[in-house]
Design a protein around this ligand. Structure first.
Ligand code: CAA
Length: 258
């Protein structure tokens, strides 16, 4: 296990569990957290033994936002020249699947990082919000775009303009989260989903992820063509032969990842 200061990393079988660990600041996302997550996600992507990653926080807070105390005194030139928050694109370029497991507060950057995941599973205690307007700013880690894509313009506008929080039930109704589970035994439930994903053919997992993301990046006709080519491409893999043979032979697939 590599030693980090602000995150805990544990491999549980084929699932990497990453826990944000700044309890004194409700897991506020400072530069150190970002630096460490960039390393952790790159290591996960490069590790052939790992097939799903879960990012979580504490019972009280997934993350209460970007670190306000770190940003408070910054000026435009510093923010612009450092491309502040630009490093998150390295996290979103992760090719393998990952899930955000959100209990408690996911506010500002916390909600934005959760929305970077392939999907969110929420505990029934989860609270999402973009309260940056109350600080005189806006979302800066993709929140205005991903929230609008996830819940539509009306709710995204209302959330960002009022800074109000959305509870787990509303988040599920609005399409922000894939499912809500009780806080009691929350992580065990998330791990079951992660293990199910980790048990799938690895290249098919990457391809499924890539084509769903394409739906948000290209027009429909190009997205469908992209899907079709990736689908055709998987017929060049051993795992396609194995998967279809295993179905016919009524047994689980034994994946090679090639
Ligand atoms: N940055 C830095 N420190 C934070 C923080 C943040 N985003 N959120 C909480 N903390 C710190 C508090 O300052 C406090 O530290 P001290 O004990 O040293 O004072 C500690 O965490 C505990 O917080 P509270 O005492 O406030 O806890 P609470 O239970 O009373 O309230 C809360 C919880 C409602 C989440 C409240 O902490 C809060 O409103 N936090 C800020 C939420 C926010 O505005 N997030 C957006 C940040 S800006 C952003 O994210 C920009 C972007 O687009 C990326």
């Amino acid at each position: 296990m590599t030693d980090y200061n602000s995150v805990l990393v544990e491999k549980r079988g084929a699932v990497t569990l990453v826990t944000l660990n700044r309890p004194q600041a409700l897991n506020a996302l400072n530069s150190e957290v970002l630096r460490e997550l960039i390393e952790v996600f790159a290591a996960y992507d490069a590790d052939d033994s790992q097939h799903c990653l879960v990012l979580t926080g504490s019972e009280k807070a997934f993350a209460a936002g970007a670190d306000i105390k770190e940003m408070q005194s910054q000026g435009f030139a510093e923010m612009y020249s450092a491309n502040f928050f630009g490093g998150w694109e390295q996290v979103t370029s992760t090719r393998k699947p990952w899930i955000a497991a959100v209990a408690g507060y996911a506010l500002g950057g916390g909600s934005e990082v959760a929305m970077m995941a392939d999907f969110i599973i929420a505990a029934d205690t989860a609270k999402f919000g973009q309260p940056e307007i109350k600080l005189g700013v806006t979302p800066g880690m993709g929140g205005s775009q991903r929230l609008a894509l996830a819940v539509g313009k009306a709710k995204a506008m209302e959330m960002c303009l009022t800074g109000r929080m959305m509870d787990a039930a509303e988040a599920e109704r609005s399409g922000l989260v894939a499912k809500v589970v009780p806080a009691e035994g929350f992580l065990d439930e998330v791990m079951k989903t992660a293990e199910a994903i980790a048990g799938m053919a690895p290249l098919a997992a990457i391809a499924n992820k890539e084509m769903i993301n394409a739906a948000f990046e290209m027009p429909l006709n190009q997205g469908i063509r992209f899907e079709r080519r990736l689908f055709h491409g998987l017929f060049g893999t051993e795992d396609q032969k194995e998967g279809m043979t295993a179905f016919v032979e009524k047994r689980p697939g034994n994946w090679k990842g090639r």
